[in-house]
Design a protein around this ligand. Structure first.
Ligand SMILES: [Zn+2]
Length: 240
């Protein structure tokens, strides 16, 4: 069976949805700054996450395999309990799609596709992926992006401004989520090499598509950079 190979950028879509749904430049907006802090409160993040979750549930079929849902949530719970924001009401939802993807929305909403779970070779790999998404929430990445937009957009509503800001930070946030997620996986007793192993096999699969490999050289450079940093980071875990 031919695996549907389109990857719609792990973790990027919800952030884009978030910014496209948020009218961040209006003073009377629900997301206006609160005193000196431009970061969202937990309640604000959860509220925003709910909106993304409603969108996902409206536009995608969800997996109803109770056994698979339980298996994924068992892995997620082991990681959440070790995370830095374990009071968030984390949920982990499986989307019935053959694409290989995982992403998160603000407030602890995590999504993995059936295709990703089918492609994963071990619980260690799934733990690495889910750990990465939990880390995005733990590290308040959406909130920090929002802060950056507020600081730098100067009231501009230019999509280009926002896109540049997102591009500047997404790579940095991916690396942060990788190392933090792998740290959670390691602490929970999973093999921390699960994430780089998964990324490596997935990149091989994608680059085996000639058209994709020609068009996405910069993507492969970025994923290779993530893999290389993880391979250097993981041996340091045993020394901590
Ligand atoms: Zn990510």
């Amino acid at each position: 069976m031919r695996m549907y190979k389109k990857l719609f950028c792990i973790s990027i879509i919800p952030v884009v949805v978030f910014f496209s749904q948020t009218n961040y430049s209006k003073a009377d907006d629900a997301w206006q700054l609160d005193g000196d802090s431009a970061e969202m409160s937990d309640d604000e993040e959860i509220e925003q996450g709910k909106r993304v979750d409603e969108y996902i549930r409206h536009h995608f079929y969800l997996c109803d395999d109770a056994e698979l849902i339980q298996a994924v949530n068992t892995i997620a719970r082991k990681l959440i309990i070790l995370s830095d924001r374990k009071t968030l009401p984390f949920t982990c939802t499986i989307i019935q799609s053959r694409s290989i993807n995982a992403f998160s929305a603000p407030g602890g909403y995590i999504y993995v596709t059936y295709g990703l779970l089918a492609f994963a070779k071990s619980e260690d790999e799934v733990a690495g992926i889910i750990g990465h998404e939990i880390a995005h929430a733990s590290l308040r990445h959406v909130s920090r992006l929002y802060h950056e937009v507020m600081e730098n957009s100067h009231g501009s509503e230019s999509d280009l401004d926002i896109t540049l800001l997102l591009n500047n930070h997404l790579e940095e946030f991916e690396h942060e989520a990788d190392s933090t997620g792998v740290f959670y996986a390691y602490k929970a007793g999973f093999n921390p090499n699960g994430l780089p192993d998964f990324l490596e096999r997935h990149l091989d699969l994608m680059m085996s598509d000639r058209i994709f490999s020609l068009l996405n050289f910069s993507f492969s450079v970025k994923v290779n950079s993530r893999i290389n940093l993880l391979r250097k980071y993981i041996p340091t875990l045993e020394k901590e």
